[in-house]
Design a protein around this ligand. Structure first.
Ligand code: ADP
Length: 436
């Protein structure tokens, strides 16, 4: 027991003992005890009243000057009150700093609940997304941002990348939106104005497309004359080798320009590829025949058609994917090697693979293989007439079909390139029967 309590108890017992003694001498023990009890009660009641009054007005009034146990209670209340004030001030200070920080941020930030209801947003988010303070609190974000790309992004649930949409208020403005999960199911929506980057990117694409188109016609003329000269028997034989080299280089330039034009076309076509019904078996049979007709090709080129299912997509783009992968396998495999082409379907979708026993690719090159002009061995790639753009085209065309590219390779052993098309791109059997 604390000293204050011991003292209060001792004082109470003492008061009653004195009251009983006085009552005994006066012959009125009961009365004196009742009087002392009433006095004690009245005193405590009065203190309780003052304490309650002070607690109500503690912001403006000084604490009552109690001693003993009541003084301890007042001191304890004061301590708790001061601690609370301190924490409150700290939280307010932190909140102000947080607000100042988010206001200074160049990006917009929206805090959302697990149900995607808006709980808070900063000034830039309000400006970029035309959100109204207070009015839009507790509204679902997908009710306010109705762009189809954003709805698809939310329903897909893959937030590792941002999605770019056009601003509803200004169609010239492009916004990048990315959801970041945090806490107990809560989410942040980060908003950034990427109009400038999109414009620069468009300018770059336009430049490459225009330059390639401009180069194509003069190149065709030069290649034509070089061809004619190479075939001209009256030309000095000393010129034969340089003319053949000029012809090879002109062909290489034409391959690069054609690939650049194809890549530009793919980049310019926005959204998903169309839904033409593609006869994969027929296309692959034809491609294999074309390979076997080449002067130089691996001895064995096998085709395994394990499914009769057709693909839904752009015929031209799918042809480009298959022919690029097959011609790479052929290019990088020796004449005594083997190339296996396979088409099959399962519960996950449609799959196409090309396996070769060629030169293979070292592990460190695999992640960069689909970059434009990336070549493992530039010397050999040039010698084989490669543009360095084939796999970039494949990747782009696959993306437009919602498909992915898997690359497995062992240096010196060979490679396998597999395309995985989603189930929605595989034509249902009924469609197949109707078109057969
Ligand atoms: P290229 O026109 O030079 O073949 P690609 O974009 O098609 O350009 O391929 C990029 C690089 O990837 C090639 O230069 C080559 O080094 C490597 N590569 C692609 N396919 C194969 C393969 N089947 N075997 C070995 N290396 C390959």
């Amino acid at each position: 027991m604390s000293p204050a309590w011991s003292f209060a108890l001792a004082r109470l017992v003492g008061a009653f003992a004195i009251a009983a003694l006085v009552g005994y001498f006066l012959g009125e023990v009961q009365l004196t005890v009742i009087v002392v009890l009433a006095g004690y009660l009245a005193l405590n009641f009065a203190r309780l009243y003052r304490l309650e009054r002070w607690l109500r007005r503690r912001r403006t009034e000084e604490p009552p000057d109690f001693r003993g146990i009541w003084g301890d209670v007042v001191a304890l209340v004061m301590r708790i009150y001061r601690r609370k004030q301190f924490h409150k001030r700290r939280i307010v200070q932190l909140f102000r700093e947080f607000r100042r920080m988010t206001t200074a941020m160049p990006d917009g930030v929206v805090v959302m609940s697990a149900e995607r209801e808006i709980q808070w947003f900063n000034r830039n988010a309000a400006r970029l997304l035309s959100l109204r303070r207070k009015v839009d609190y507790r509204q679902r974000i997908d009710n306010l941002l109705r762009q189809p790309e954003f709805s698809r992004y939310l329903s897909d649930g893959d937030y590792s990348q941002a999605v770019v949409i056009r601003s509803a208020a200004n169609s010239d403005q492009h916004l990048s939106l990315q959801v970041v999960a945090y806490g107990a199911g809560q989410q942040l929506l980060l908003v950034r104005d990427v109009t400038r980057q999109i414009r620069l990117e468009a300018m770059r694409k336009d430049f490459v497309a225009n330059a390639s188109h401009e180069l194509r016609s003069p190149l065709t003329v030069i290649a034509g004359y070089v061809d004619a000269l190479a075939d001209d028997r009256s030309i000095d034989p000393a010129w034969r080798a340089p003319l053949e080299e000029m012809h090879r280089q002109a062909e290489r330039m034409r391959a690069v320009v054609d690939a650049l034009i194809e890549l530009s076309r793919l980049e310019a076509s926005s959204g998903e590829a169309g839904n033409e019904l593609i006869d994969v078996a027929g296309m692959l049979t034809l491609l294999r025949r074309e390979v076997l007709a080449l002067d130089r090709h691996p001895r064995e080129v096998e085709l395994a058609l394990e499914s009769a299912s057709k693909l839904l997509g752009s015929e031209q783009e799918v042809h480009s994917i298959f022919s690029n992968l097959i011609s790479n396998a052929v290019k990088y495999t020796a004449p005594d090697g083997r190339v296996d082409i396979r088409w099959w379907t399962d519960g996950a979708g449609g799959h196409f693979s090309v396996r070769d026993t060629g030169v293979g690719i070292a592990r460190e090159h695999l992640p960069r293989l689909t970059e434009r002009f990336y070549r493992v061995d530039p010397g050999r790639a040039r010698a084989t007439g490669g543009s360095g753009l084939g796999l970039a085209i494949v990747k782009h065309a696959l993306q437009r079909h919602g498909a992915t590219l898997e690359i497995e390779s062992e240096e010196g052993e060979g490679s396998r390139f597999t395309c995985h098309f989603p189930l929605r791109r595989v034509a249902a059997r009924t469609a197949l029967a109707a078109n057969d």
